[in-house]
Ligand binder design. Sequence first.
Ligand code: NAD
Ligand code: UGA
Length: 477
Amino acid sequence: MMIKNICCMGAGYVGGPTMAVIADHCPNIQVTVVDLNQQRIDAWNDSDLSRLPVYEPGLDFVVDRARGRNLHFSTDVDSAIAAADIVFISVNTPTKVKGLGAGQASDLRWVEACSRQVANAAQGHTIVVEKSTLPVRTAETIRTILEASQAPLQEGEVPKSFAVLSNPEFLAEGTAIRDLECPDRVLIGGEDDDSINALADVYMHWVEPAKILRTNLWSSELSKLTANAFLAQRISSINSVAALCESTGADVQEVARAIGTDSRIGPKFLQSGPGFGGSCFQKDILNLVYLCRHFGLPEVASYWESVVELNTWQQHRISRLIVQRLFGTVTGKRVAILGFAFKADTNDTREAPAIRIALDLLEEGAQLAIHDPKVEQAQIARDLREAPVELDPATGKSQGLSGVGSWLSANSVEEAVEGADAVVLLTEWSQYKSLDWQDLSRRMRRPAWVFDSRTIVDPDQVRSAGLRLWCVGNGSL
Ligand code: NAD
Ligand code: UGA
């Protein structure tokens, strides 16, 4: 079976970059990415590549090469499905906020809507691929919906047929293009070899065959949830050790290096920080927890749940210690927040540690000056559920009510730090690694603090600039 036409439903952080890389490597395949969100599609079609809806290093070059040639972005979902040999479902699967399983189970309404639309609009044989991260056995639901669409045929009508595959995505934001170009593995779960081979052939345009793993459907679905759970578990483990380091005089960087050189443990994902963010780790672990309870495994559920609990604790721990070091109160004090994205090299703020830490500090009455090189003010306002404070044109100072927390968006680090009692580093943007602490120190009110949750500052430079320093997991400061 030769694939000539691909449709991807969902033009988000996964659908956009993944399809751009497929189109780039497979000029003989027409790839159409569709979305219900007209604004998002317009942004993908924007001639100014700096306005693509997703910020990823290198994405603009890939889109530039393929767009208009064999990469298309559209809201005409039905036409793209009808023309497709393969339809990828790459839509959002957030945690349910109400009803059965609220707070843990995945909300599958968008996946179900896609399945129904494919069932209606598809023509001939169509391979439907789960690209979204899904609970185990979702493929069964999708197959049931697709099969139910087989209406009695009119004369001369070609019957529809479907195959369902699971092909979870393992890219990380900020390195998405590199991860897609050189994946550790491509996982394809399915039941019929023809469909699996057809999808494998697409990837084999640039991925070596040995890296293409074939499993049954349920192993593939579960492997995705498990991979994220294992990665997140390492972060919670090292963050738990970081707290112990701070209490004992040990340094978590040294501990991480010492344990990471054991080849059985390995050095990656041992960076202590403000807790993991991003749209997936928490959602996927909670989904796993829900599945474990559903299948009568409460002990397994509690084990994984503790990974999320430790993460939440780490974020509140950081906001608490900021308040404590600033003499027990931040009311009315200016605190510069450097970095709002959940990690460097992305404009994504979903579940960013900065949100929880900023909300805690606002609750304590702080005046936050937030800087991030890629996150827009409107996004921060949505995340904090509060508009930025107006500045008094005469004094240039904020006009917030006294005692009530407020925030503003700063255009530069210097502007954020002006008059601040503390700088809190929350995202490891490279520009924050070479700040001029002598200059920043002069702009701050004394005694002034630097809280480095990403271990990116040089402690000697910060302290020689007369600033007090807390660095996550470093008990020797
Ligand atoms: P996203 O929210 O950025 O994008 C999803 C898009 O789907 C949205 O633009 C939405 O408008 C669109 N959509 C919803 N219903 C639709 C429909 N019926 N038809 C067409 N479009 C529709 O989400 P994302 O970050 O791209 O994640 C998508 C899936 O991939 C999730 O299941 C996620 O867990 C998984 N995943 C994400 C990442 C990541 O780094 N973000 C990595 C691996 C896997
Ligand atoms: C993660 C996984 O790494 C991807 O394989 C997966 O495809 C994706 O989730 C998904 O399913 O969405 P992502 O969330 O984009 O990717 O980014 P990561 O690099 O994993 O970072 C996640 C969070 O953990 C970030 O907040 C990051 O700062 C934090 N982190 C990461 C640490 O605190 N320490 C580390 O050592 C590594």
